[in-house]
Design a protein around this ligand. Structure first.
Ligand SMILES: Cc1ncc(COP(=O)(O)O)c(C=O)c1O
Length: 426
């Protein structure tokens, strides 16, 4: 922690929820924020008449973003969920195949497997990173396992060394879910370049966004052709030189040229923002390590750059004299004036992951039973849901937010007994 990152001197002032003065709001700028060229490029698209797929701006963005993530090829698709689905289908994963996904993730990671009639197998996560635990992956592999999907979750990266080793040892392909990890790097190589394919989301909350959108990265020319065909009703890519290409049934999972225009404009500002996020994550984590009552996530040596979707740390329940994590989150939200959230609910209990509510999945009674998420026991993901505290990524673009966050937590801890009484009285 540098001297400027020390928590601001606390004056003993009361927390906001106990009647203290609110601070000046941090990260006043909203997200998404225009980078500059959006209107110019959108105007260009309107005038061009080329409003749909396979436009020049889409091609430019695909090349630029794939290279940025250290992959040879990239394909824009409708959204991040579809990116995962098409990545699985490109690998010919299908009916009854097992796909190992972390239990702690947004439901899309597992839903993509469900939608191709595969069986999502929920693996627990590592306590230090909240990402897919390689030990659990190894334990859950069966002869039916056809893919492993690590998710680079929040401000952590999955251990790509160990997960890629396991995949290689069992000849099971790895697909990276990078919906939270644009611009992040494992051992100085971009996320999305470690697995056979990488999948990104450009949904409105993400750090690179066009409101909606998705992306598949790969360095395998045959997979590139297959993802192209899958996203475009089975058509062969114009200019494809793949002698082994075969027609494949598919639908429309394309992106528009308008989205590509916005993405290109947003991308101008992206690398600078990613560096600033990485720097400020480091500063906040160093500060958190010195404070009582909270703990930063582990920082494995492989995590050489992090540009997170949300910044996550742990609430250490035993150090708050009875204040709960929920009470802490509410009090911190009042201090900072930005939303303070919890992490995703584990998929064995998530209200938006309910495979047994759709008749489409009632293929056989064995399949119906296999997709029941309640059959998985995931204590670490459950603990993460209890203790995880999540701050929006926009605060990481405000250098001044670092001491404010640390000061706010320090103040809450100083007043923990009064806060516990406040919570009990509520
Ligand atoms: C980890 C993860 N994977 C996949 C997705 C799906 O992306 P989309 O919302 O673009 O479909 C999300 C979206 O929030 C996500 O958080």
């Amino acid at each position: 922690m540098t001297s400027t990152d020390q928590p601001l001197k606390t004056s003993g002032a009361a927390p906001v929820v106990l009647g203290g003065e609110p601070r000046a709001p941090i990260a006043a700028e909203q997200w998404p924020r225009p980078a500059g060229r959006e209107m110019e490029l959108l105007g260009q698209v309107v005038r061009s008449g080329n409003w749909g797929f396979d436009g020049p701006l889409e091609a430019e963005f695909e090349a630029a973003f794939a290279a940025y993530q250290d992959a040879r090829y990239g394909l824009c698709v409708a959204n991040g969920t579809v990116a995962l689905q098409l990545a699985l289908e490109a690998l010919d994963v299908g009916a009854g195949d097992e796909v190992i996904v972390p239990a702690l993730t947004w439901q899309a990671t597992a839903a993509a497997a469900l939608d191709i009639n595969a069986v999502p197998v929920l693996a627990d996560v590592e306590p230090g990173t909240y990402c897919l635990d390689p030990v659990q992956v190894e334990r859950l592999i069966t002869p039916r396992t056809r893919a492993i999907i690590p998710v680079h979750l929040y401000s952590s990266l999955a251990d790509m060394d160990r997960i890629c080793q396991i995949g290689a040892r069992h000849s099971i392909p790895v697909i990276e879910d990078c919906a939270h990890a644009h611009g992040s790097r494992w051992r100085d190589r971009g996320t999305g370049s470690w697995g056979a394919l990488g999948c990104f989301s450009f949904q409105k909350f993400k750090t690179l966004t066009a409101g909606e959108g998705g992306f598949v990265s790969t360095s395998d020319p045959a997979l590139r052709e297959r993802v192209y065909s899958l996203r475009n009703c089975g058509r062969r890519r114009h200019g494809s030189a793949d002698a082994d290409w075969r027609p494949i049934q598919s639908g429309n999972y394309r992106m528009t040229e308008f989205q590509a225009a916005v993405l290109l404009a947003q991308f101008d500002a992206f690398d600078g923002q990613a560096s600033q996020r990485d720097l400020n994550v480091g500063r906040i984590e160093a500060g958190l390590a010195e404070l009582p009552g909270v703990a930063p996530m582990d920082h494995p040596a492989g995590r050489t750059r992090i540009s997170p979707y949300e910044f996550v740390f742990k609430f250490v329940a035993g150090e708050w004299d009875g204040l709960s994590a929920g009470g802490f989150r509410r009090a911190l939200e009042a201090e900072l004036g930005v939303e303070v959230d919890r992490v995703n609910e584990p998929l064995n209990a998530a209200p938006l992951y309910l495979p047994q509510t759709k008749r489409r999945y009632r293929i056989t009674s064995a399949y119906w039973d296999a997709i029941n998420p309640k059959r998985f026991d995931v204590p670490v993901a459950t603990q993460a849901y209890a203790e995880g505290v999540s701050l929006p990524h926009k605060i990481l673009l405000d250098d001044d937010a670092v001491p404010v966050v640390l000061d706010a937590i320090t103040r809450l801890h100083e007043h923990r007994q009064a806060l516990a009484s406040w919570e009990n009285a509520a």
